[in-house]
Design a protein around this ligand. Structure first.
Ligand code: C2E
Ligand code: MG
Ligand code: MG
Length: 731
């Protein structure tokens, strides 16, 4: 309570008591006072009555002060009698004017003059007159806006003595909520409808709903919600759950413009103009539905070819297997791998690669019956499930048809591209009776087909499984061996046939296995290549070989084998330069052996690396010549320093005229090209003298020495003496 009001109320006590006595007719002072003889002293009685009235007045004040609404009592002439704290708070700007006995009209007039009532500005007299009319002829409640923007709801009642009791409620927040609801409702792009909960009549619609249904707001007002499509059967609200916002069922729905959409309806109960109602929001979820369907399709299909993916294929395979378990029918899984697909991507670009895959997918599809499931499993692998197999030949016939279909040339962006594929086949129930096993075994058969000869097919065999397991074991153990640094290069000497001296030694990696003894690189290098471990092994061997050779006497060379993978991953140039730098080995004493497979893809990057290595002064040898495609164009694509004739031509050379013809041809080719020719795998004196007679420059083989540890090789070289670096057989 403000101190001013306290003072005012003290001053007004007499008039208040008077007012109450007047208003109530029966004064509480009188009713509660026992009657006393006048002679006992009128003064004391009046005193007591006044005290009592004061007490009652205080109680009344306390009572009205705790009310949350503002309350004011006026007499019949509109004069202030009493008001509570909340009333003074609400009209804080005019509170200084409230005085008992002051006329409300006057306080309002002062307030209007001070600008406390913005609605009155410009029409002050009219506004005051209206206000007074309402005060003395109260009807409906009305609202009043104050200068600070608050909105007050005014309700006034006449009392029986012609006075007025006025109630004031600050409804500013309510008004703001209403305004924001209106804003949210009217300008919302989502069609919204408010309908009465009981009568189901439509109470309000927003512009979006008008557009959605094509009815005017007036037409809506005539409608019950059940007349609208999507509400005709079950309403999306009702019962206990109606207070919760929830998505109703979704509907297929025809809009006013004729378009068919998917609709979801959200409902929320609210009070609308004092009436229980439901706000319905109609969400067009057509796009979302479409996206969901697209996602569902993508989860089971390959984006590039549109074919089912591995998941869907497995599902289908499981279904078919369940069927054939009853009928005893056979099912074949054909795993199709496109050969050298990476080369297409690398040389012609990914766009052409993608087109090729799409082309292959189309060819496969058109070769198959409609009911034969076809899927793309990963980048260059497809799979077909063959059912209705009557004879084993049915499978091979299909495999051949598929291979032939793929092998027809493709015209892609002006390039004629020839592709081939290999196929691995697993047949249920023999090779597995669940989808996982069948796919795994077909995959294994595909690896075999690719190894045997590309463009062929191969059936799964029982041993393949064991072999695959053995490979996995090797991989694990190889990783451990690398961690413990147990791999070492051994060295096999190369002998210059003119001088009979050791011209160099080839580093051949050795893996001493705790249980299996020395494991051949022929066994673990392919595993290392499959797993990428070859890069680590290759770098280790290279570093060690350079370190060892740097200490060999007589400038003897060291030859190190490189895997094609080392050209693709990692930085081979840096590895070679590091090894040379750390060991101090002159580059001309390092020979790097590569095989034809490296040149198969005719990659310009490979040729560039070879040139760069040669520019360092390092020599480059073609290893195992004659075993691959032996294309003479490889010899032209790069100026090799040495060709090593594969041991398969050297072995039994003396009794085999074909081998003799081939070796002779290679030797004369080498001489013609000015390249050193080395024969590998020389085991007998007879082979050696034949080779020497034919003019072969160099030989390597068990006849001279197997690969030995570095210390032994050093011993051999020390024996040979340091007679200076061996002359190359061919300058
Ligand atoms: P390669 O480079 O052709 O090595 C020659 C292979 O023939 C060696 O087998 C060697 O021991 C063997 N050999 C030598 N003389 C004779 C002979 O008179 N008769 C017979 N029957 N064999 C002979 P190894 O050491 O088992 O190596 C096999 C292959 O493993 C090598 O063939 C090479 O391709 C690869 N390899 C070895 N070490 C490495 C390496 O450090 N890195 C890479 N990338 N590959 C390696
Ligand atoms: Mg070699
Ligand atoms: Mg070789």
């Amino acid at each position: 309570m403000t101190s001013k009001r306290c003072a005012d109320s003290r001053r007004s006590k007499r008039s208040v008591a008077k007012g109450i006595a007047k208003a109530g007719g029966k004064s509480p002072v009188r009713s509660k006072q026992p009657s006393r003889p006048i002679a006992a002293g009128r003064g004391r009685a009046v005193e007591a009555a006044l005290a009592q009235a004061r007490k009652s007045h205080e109680r009344l004040r306390e009572a009205i002060d705790i009310l949350p609404q503002g309350i004011v009592f006026l007499d019949s002439e509109g004069r202030y009698i009493l008001w509570n704290k909340r009333y003074a708070e609400i009209y804080k700007a005019s509170a200084d004017l409230f005085k008992p006995g002051a006329r409300m009209q006057d306080t309002i007039r002062v307030g209007v003059a001070r600008g406390d009532y913005p609605e009155a500005i410009g029409r002050e007299d009219e506004w005051i007159a209206e206000r007074m009319r309402r005060l003395f002829h109260p009807g409906h409640s009305h609202e009043q806006v104050l200068a600070d923007g608050r909105c007050i709801q005014i309700e006034e009642r006449t009392t029986s003595d012609g006075g007025v009791i006025g109630l004031r409620v600050d409804i500013t927040e309510l008004k703001q909520r209403e305004a924001s609801f209106r804003l949210m409702f009217e300008s919302n792009p989502v069609p919204m409808i408010v309908c009465a909960l009981q009568t189901e009549r439509i109470l309000a619609v927003n512009d979006a709903a008008v557009e959605h249904y094509g009815y005017s707001p007036a037409e809506f007002a005539e409608l019950s919600i059940r007349r609208l499509q999507a509400f005709d059967t079950e309403l999306p609200w009702g019962g206990e759950a109606s207070r919760e916002e929830r998505a109703a069922r979704t509907w297929k729905h025809v809009k006013a413009d004729g378009s068919l959409i998917d609709l979801a309806i959200y409902a929320r109960q609210l009070t609308y103009n004092g009436e229980p109602a439901v706000l319905l929001a109609l969400m067009d979820i057509t796009e979302r539905k479409r996206a969901e369907m697209r996602l569902a399709f993508m989860a089971h299909h390959d984006g590039l070819t549109g074919l089912p993916n591995r998941n869907l294929l497995r599902k289908r395979l499981d279904e078919l297997l369940a069927q054939t378990r009853r009928t005893g029918e056979k099912i074949a899984v054909l795993f199709i791998g496109v050969d050298h697909f990476k080369a297409v991507n690398d040389t012609l670009g990914h766009a052409v690669g993608d087109k090729l895959l799409r082309g292959i997918a189309r060819r496969l599809r058109s070769t198959l019956r409609e009911e034969d499931p076809l899927a793309r499993l990963n980048s260059d692998e497809f799979a077909v499930i063959q059912t209705g197999i009557k004879r084993p030949e049915d499978i091979t016939l299909l495999a051949k048809r598929l291979l032939n279909a793929i092998a027809e040339p493709y015209l892609l962006e002006g390039h004629s591209v020839v592709a081939s594929a290999s196929i691995g086949i697993a047949v249920a129930p023999l090779d597995g009776d669940d989808s996982e096993k069948l796919l795994m075994n077909a995959d294994m058969a595909l690896s075999r087909a690719k190894k045997d000869s590309r463009g062929s097919f191969s059936f799964f065999e029982v041993g393949m499984d064991a072999r695959a397991q053995a490979r996995r074991k090797i991989e694990t153990e190889l990783r451990a061996a690398l961690r413990h640094d147990v791999l070492r290069p051994y060295y096999q000497p190369l002998i210059g046939l003119e001088t009979g001296r050791i011209t160099g030694s080839e580093a051949l990696v050795r893996w001493p296995h705790p249980e299996r003894g020395m494991i051949s690189p022929a066994e673990f290098i392919p595993v290392a290549e499959d797993t990428g471990l070859i890069n680590v092994i290759g770098a280790q061997v290279l570093r060690q070989a350079c370190l060892d050779a740097a200490r060999w006497p007589g400038g003897v060379r060291v030859a190190v084998n490189l895997s094609p993978l080392q050209f693709r991953v990692g930085n081979l140039m840096a590895t070679v330069m590091d090894a040379l730098k750390q060991s101090g080995l002159p580059p001309r004493r390092l020979e790097l052996e590569i095989t034809e497979t490296l040149l198969l893809e005719k990659s310009s990057q490979v040729i560039a690396t070879l040139h760069a290595l040669r520019a360092l002064g390092v020599r480059i040898s073609m290893d195992d010549f004659g075993t691959g495609y032996s294309s003479l164009s490889y010899l032209r694509s790069f100026p090799f320093d040495k060709i090593k004739i594969d041991q398969s031509f050297v072995r039994g050379l003396c009794d085999n005229r074909d081998s003799q013809a081939i070796v002779r041809a290679i030797i004369s080719l080498g001489i013609g090209l000015g390249v050193t020719i080395t024969a590998e795998g020389v085991e007998t004196e007879a082979e050696l003298s034949w080779l020497r007679a034919e003019g072969c420059h160099e030989a390597q083989g068990f006849l001279f020495s197997p690969a030995r540890p570095n210390e032994e090789i050093r011993g051999l070289l020390d024996l040979q003496g340091s007679a200076g670096p061996p002359e190359p057989a061919v300058a």
